[in-house]
Design a protein around this ligand. Structure first.
Ligand SMILES: *Cc1c(COP(=O)(O)O)cnc(C)c1O
Length: 403
């Protein structure tokens, strides 16, 4: 161990300045609680940005990780490995999918999905069918392709020239989409519940309409469930709750519960376009990530856990309504399962970040989704007691800001 203490100041001295982390440095977590260097305790309503869906250091995940760590860490895709095949088979059993591709992050899963859609079009259709439609306020990752497909221009500014052939249409606007799609469209990518863009669920009619029009125009429908998947919506994957099945589904965040792993799920017929050598990644499907994700899936696919997510949603919404009766700071409370968005009232718009600091001071970790929305993404197995205590702290934070 280094003799030098680690301090927040060192971040600015040694790290590229693309992040601006909070002043505290957490050193330990257990369930829905974290402790910082000073031993101060925090309740976690942030979940590492919707990642630690089973809380911190869940014994079942720790056991899977340590067991695999003693056997095999990495072999590359020149060989296959047991945890990857076991996980792929289970994902196929549990979803519409017949084939799986593993990667390490949400952006990589989406990059694979978008490349597959282009390749599938190249294999089956005329050269003018290559266009991709995405939605404003969407977020699909930070590689140049995925950030361009994402619908937030602030994330592409300065990175031009951008990949061509991508159109953006307003979210939840079926008329605008109907006008935009054509036989030149090869793929449509959508988050069933927009996360970063403001925690906005798609309407059922919107997703149903996308499905019908994609089928009609022979375009692939991609659901980006990087954030809303893995039980967070109260269903194993959000598409199941909507009853609308995509052609390709991408997921990451909660899949490994904090261990980096992502997956792209699709059918055998579509998957055939990613033939040998056409795409790949060194770490994708590595034994450690797949072992942890397999353990996470044991819990995330449990109907009791999923029913618990839907019930805790009601507990949160009721508590947030009570807070709003007192302070009148929310214009709307929305979301699915344990992905919750509190849109700030007129007088508070643009100030969401101030709530992060105030909540930290009150011993609570929360997130934002843009300047006007506070986002909560707690563990899916958080106890009711900690929900109540966390909401008390949230109330204190709000009171301190109002004072
Ligand atoms: C976080 C996120 C991504 C990007 O995932 P990374 O692991 O950061 O690359 C993509 N899509 C959605 C919907 C996300 O929430």
């Amino acid at each position: 161990m280094s003799a030098f203490p680690v301090t927040r100041d060192q971040f600015d001295a040694f790290m590229v300045p693309n992040y601006a982390p909070a002043a505290i440095i957490p050193v330990r977590g257990e369930g829905s609680r974290l402790w910082d260097q000073e031993g101060r305790e925090y309740i976690d309503f942030a979940g590492g940005i919707a990642v630690t869906g089973l809380g911190h250091a869940h014994p079942h995940l720790v056991a899977a990780l340590t067991e695999q760590a003693q056997k095999l860490w990495h072999v590359s895709n020149v060989l296959t490995n047991e945890p990857a095949l076991t996980l792929a088979r289970r994902l196929c059993d549990l979803t519409f999918a017949e084939r799986v591709f593993f990667a390490n992050s949400g952006a990589e899963a989406n990059e694979a999905a978008l490349k597959l859609a282009r390749k599938y079009a190249a294999d089956h259709f005329a050269p003018d069918k290559r266009e991709i439609i995405a939605f404003t306020q969407s977020f699909h990752g930070r590689t140049l392709f995925t950030v361009t497909v994402g619908g937030q221009p602030k994330y592409t500014e300065g990175f031009e020239p951008l990949p061509p052939g991508i159109t953006h249409v307003p979210f939840n606007d079926l008329a605008a989409f109907t006008a935009a799609i054509s036989d030149r469209t090869c793929a449509v990518i959508v988050e069933p519940v927009q996360g970063e863009g403001g925690v906005t669920p798609a309407t059922p009619e919107f997703l149903q309409g996308l499905r019908e029009l994609c089928t009609h125009h022979q375009a692939l429908l991609i659901f980006d469930e990087v954030q809303c998947g893995n039980g967070r919506s109260g269903h194993l994957y959000a598409y199941m709750g909507y009853g609308v099945t995509p052609d390709i589904l991408t997921t990451a965040k909660g899949l490994g519960g904090g261990f980096p792993i992502s997956a792209m799920l699709t059918t055998a017929a579509i998957a055939a376009s990613l033939n040998v050598g056409s795409h790949g990644t060194t770490y994708g499907g590595n034994p450690l990530g797949c072992a942890v994700a397999g353990a996470a899936l044991d819990l995330l696919s449990d109907p009791v856990v999923l029913a618990g997510v839907r019930r805790k949603h009601e507990v949160f919404i009721a508590g947030l309504h009570r807070i709003n009766e007192q302070f009148g700071i929310f214009r709307e409370l929305r979301g699915k399962g344990l992905l919750l968005g509190c849109e700030l009232a007129e007088a508070w718009q643009g100030r969401s970040r101030e709530f992060i600091k105030a909540a930290l001071d009150a011993g609570l970790l929360i997130l934002v989704a843009g300047p006007d929305v506070i986002r909560l993404a707690p563990s899916l197995v958080i106890s009711d007691d900690l929900i109540v205590e966390g909401l008390h702290r949230f109330e204190r934070a709000i009171a301190s800001l109002q004072a």
